[in-house]
Design a protein around this ligand. Structure first.
Ligand code: G16
Ligand code: MG
Length: 214
């Protein structure tokens, strides 16, 4: 029986991937190269530091650790500038309604995100108070598919992992849920997220009935 839901942020609750893409693209362009939207898929759910490493690799550019830190800080400033203008209208269809339905049914709710900016995003779209616990990039040291972020979420909610379900749009996130001994719902394509217990195209397709079949 499911007692808690843990939600990824980017790609599940909001679509901040477009802002990450714009900021990384601007950085790449300043360094004299470009990368496609297709390549950008590889950055979803991946930490800031690791994203930069991948992008520099694509551009065939070597930078020292100190330079990398400077570049990541620059990208983050552009990104924060964009997300500071986010509004509740940017919540993905059905996301707020489903989280509210879960709360009304007595389920515990946590956020499990790789982002260090999750607090600001939740504030801007006005849903901070829907979460009993927020575990994000500021609280974890191991990236998905390591289950750390979700296990910390379960612990904060005081619910055993086997009674938690994770909602994720990235394959690394589904793997993290499996590695943590949790149920998982993939948000996206079954071709990519086939390992999940259930795959839907968005939370507008989710219901408490479907939750109870997991
Ligand atoms: C999100 C995004 C990633 C981003 C990461 C870190 O993860 O999907 O593309 O690199 O957060 O974000 P920040 O630079 O804000 O710390 P998630 O786990 O919410 O999908
Ligand atoms: Mg995601």
């Amino acid at each position: 029986i499911i007692k808690a839901c843990i939600f990824d942020l980017d790609g599940v609750i909001v679509d901040t991937a477009v802002y990450h893409y714009k900021a990384w693209k601007r950085l790449a362009n300043e360094l004299g190269f470009d990368f496609s939207e297709e390549a950008n898929e590889k950055l979803k759910g991946v930490s800031r530091v690791r994203s930069l490493e991948l992008i520099l690799q694509w551009g065939g550019i070597a930078k020292t650790k100190a330079e990398q830190e400077e570049l990541a800080t620059k990208k983050n400033a552009w990104y924060v500038d964009m997300i500071s203008h986010m509004t509740p209208a940017e919540i993905l269809p059905g996301a707020k309604e489903f989280v509210e339905a879960c709360r009304e049914a007595g389920l515990k709710i946590a956020l499990g995100s790789a982002s260090k900016n999750s607090g600001m995003i939740l504030e801007k779209v006005g849903i901070t108070n829907l979460f009993d616990a927020v575990i994000d990039g500021n609280k974890v040291s191991k990236a998905k598919p390591d289950p750390e972020v979700f296990l910390k979420g379960a612990e904060a909610l005081n619910v055993p992992p086997a009674e938690c379900v994770v909602f994720e749009d990235a394959i690394a996130g589904i793997e993290a849920a499996i590695n943590g001994g949790m149920k998982s719902v993939g948000i996206g394509s079954p071709d990519v997220l086939g390992k999940a217990d259930l795959v839907i195209s968005g939370l507008n397709e989710m219901s408490l009935e479907k939750l109870n079949t997991l």
